[in-house]
Ligand binder design. Structure first.
Ligand code: COS
Length: 375
């Protein structure tokens, strides 16, 4: 058993960290305040090969692996959780199902440009009436000649409005099916942009499908296979969110530790006082446990082992840890933690969503419990 990253994986960590610290962090607070998505950051990530990190070079990817991918999401989220989720949704939710279930033609047309970062991807499953109960979706698809006609609305779409390619789910007589929808397909509309508590420089919108005509060849997998495609996509997506939560928590710990070393009260640094140092110890320990769970789930996927339970566990634990660690980081900063001059209040706002999206933590417990009972 080897707990060390390979040389290649360490090199990718360094590349992403350099990019994150030099290009992403300087504008993170400003983009958060302005709720502004910066497409040029995605373009820069494309130039560095991050947008297709786990895919084979033949599919336009960097030929790396899932562990490198989660390390990249961790490093981006350590300075800006919005940039982390932009890449996570692009890779895990939009590109992965095409990589896994796409025909050669679909890979050529969609996976390659997504991997190269010429196009940005998104995923549409949730609807106003179906969140945790994903199987209750109401969006419909009907085959008419050479097109499927889709009708319905999807909400809470990460990268919504900015993305070029959307993997969308709709119900047919045979059950749900998955479709690759392009932003210019007739009948595809971007709806309201949400104003959010956190991850504010990641756009979240509604999308509407009004007699949206999708070419027959853009059905992903078989009719009736959509629910399984969605669930399998989320199995991996959840580990991307675990990595995002891990990065947020690490960023908050780094900030709290630096502050604790320099801040003096009662004549000595607060980091030298047990009330604060024990907090830092607990934060560091839980972050390390999150990292082990997250890296293990990525390794299992890479090795072709089952990883659904491992991903649900990593997402559950890392998200709860991120919420706890960021809350404690604000506490370490005291009054300064509550104001926007310091980054920890942003980390705390960003952490909350990791307990909610890609399956609430209650859903993760349900998934884990089912598998524990089945063992
Ligand atoms: N991989 C492959 N197949 C899966 C699966 C998975 N991870 N999870 C479920 N399935 C299959 C089941 O095997 C079952 O197949 P059969 O009908 O052939 O037996 C089918 O899907 C239905 O499974 P189940 O009965 O468990 O479905 P439920 O409707 O009870 O829902 C939960 C299961 C709650 C786990 C699911 O709806 C879910 O994950 N909800 C959260 C959705 C979510 O994460 N939303 C966030 C959107 S992205 S921001």
């Amino acid at each position: 058993m080897d707990f060390l990253l390979s040389e290649d994986q360490q090199m990718i960590r360094k590349m992403v960290r350099d990019f994150a610290e030099n290009e992403v962090e300087p504008t993170a607070a400003e983009r958060d305040a302005e709720e502004r998505f910066d497409r040029s950051l995605f373009t820069q990530m494309a130039e560095l090969g991050f947008t297709g990190l786990p895919w084979p070079e033949a599919d336009g990817g960097a030929g790396s692996d899932f562990l490198s991918y989660v390390v990249a999401i961790e490093e981006l989220s350590r300075v800006c959780a919005s940039t982390g989720v932009t890449l996570s949704a692009h890779i895990s939710l939009a590109s992965w199902p095409i990589y896994k279930f796409g025909t050669e033609e679909q890979k050529e047309t969609y996976l390659k440009p997504l991997a190269r970062g010429d196009k940005l991807g998104a995923f549409g499953l949730t609807e106003p009436g179906s969140g945790s109960d994903a199987g209750a979706m109401k969006t419909t698809a009907v085959l008419e000649g050479e097109h499927y006609v889709l009708n319905g609305a999807k909400i809470f779409i990460t990268n919504g409005g900015e993305a070029d390619v959307y993997v969308v789910f709709a119900v047919m007589d045979a059950g749900p099916a998955a479709f690759i929808v392009e932003k210019d397909d007739p009948g595809f509309f971007v709806g309201k942009k949400e104003v959010k508590m956190g991850i504010r420089s990641s756009p979240t919108t509604e999308i509407r499908l009004e007699n949206c005509r999708v070419p027959k060849k853009n059905r992903l997998g078989e009719e009736g296979e959509g629910f399984k495609i969605a669930m399998q996509t989320l199995d991996g997506g959840r580990n991307g969110i675990a990595a995002q939560a891990l990065g947020i928590a690490q960023g908050a710990l780094d900030a709290a530790t630096a502050y604790a070393k320099e801040r003096k009260q009662f004549g000595k640094s607060i980091g030298g006082q047990q009330g604060i140092s024990f907090k830092l110890a607990d934060m560091a320990t839980k972050i390390e446990a999150s990292r082990l769970l997250t890296y293990q789930a990525a390794w299992r996927e890479q090795e072709g082992l089952d990883y659904g339970k491992a991903s649900a566990m990593s997402k559950l634990y890392a998200a709860d840890t991120a919420m706890e660690v960021t809350t404690e980081a604000v506490q370490v900063f005291g009054g300064y933690g509550y104001i926007r001059e310091y980054p920890v209040e942003r980390y705390m706002r960003d952490a909350k969503i990791t307990q909610i999206y890609e399956g609430t933590n209650e859903i993760q417990r349900l998934v884990i419990a089912k598998m524990v009972m089945a063992d």
